[in-house]
Ligand binder design. Sequence first.
Ligand SMILES: [Fe+2]
Length: 329
Amino acid sequence: MDPSLVKIPPMKDLTVDNITENVIRINSLCRDERMKYVLERLVTHLHDFARETRLSTTEWMTGLQFLTEVGQICTDVRQEFILLSDILGLSLLVDSIDHPKPRGSTEGTVLGPFHTHEAEELAAGASMSHDPHGQPLLVVCTVKDTAGNPVPDVKVDIWETDSTGHYDVQYPNHEGPDGRCIMRSDADGVFWFRAITPVPYPIPHDGPVGRLLKKLGRHPFRPSHMHFMFEKAGFDHLITALYLRNDPYETSDAVFGVKDSLVVDIGTAGPEVAEKYGVEEGHALLRYEFVLVSDEETRALRARNSKEALDRLGRRVKIVNGLPVPDLD
Ligand SMILES: [Fe+2]
């Protein structure tokens, strides 16, 4: 770019007090309004963080070295950056902001680093786990909209660990999906399958994120859970999970994913359920009703929440597609 075209004041002799304003000013050449806003706020908070903590050069370099190691351990199945975001509470925060849920709908939670795209679509009633050591579990769920109508033909992605607390992709020699599947809700909004009762497991803690947890005096465990992801045109994408009540880690999840409305009890199949789903009476049973929110409702709620949050902060912005951008009018 020809420097004479850059319409900004000359930047020299920058100090602790004016560097922020100048970085923001040169970044404001960006033509993407949303990106400009995000970078402006990022630089402001990063610089304030350094000023407030009186960040030393050694600490800054330690941080950069840490992020380098996080990047170096990443592969397509080892997502250390997602883990880092998870253990800092950022993943849950972003999901809560971007996928607001009206009362009565199913809350979202963290995606985690173990979702893959290799799950196969299985027929209703199929088993998604081949682990002979797991406790067999029948799962019967319905999907409804916020008005209580069943939602058919929803693509539901489901994944869980084996009985040792490992996802299939954590085995170096894994061949094909196990402990994961895709189901479709039927005309009554029902989908059902066989799985195993989830168990608690530690997030991968042999890398930089694990070392950070240790240094912070935190354990790496997640309470027993099963992941669900719902997709259907016209509905907000729902990423959630169900957690087993009274798990030892129910209130100290390493990635902050547990919500009361997602905590479930494992029941047992009575005679009617046993007959209908072809299991023995007394078989372990998990039932849950998921409630999806329409795109339209989510968009409106997101925009309203954005406006309220930014008003509270006293920022002069306008809201475009539910997201704040600089208000230059
Ligand atoms: Fe998980």
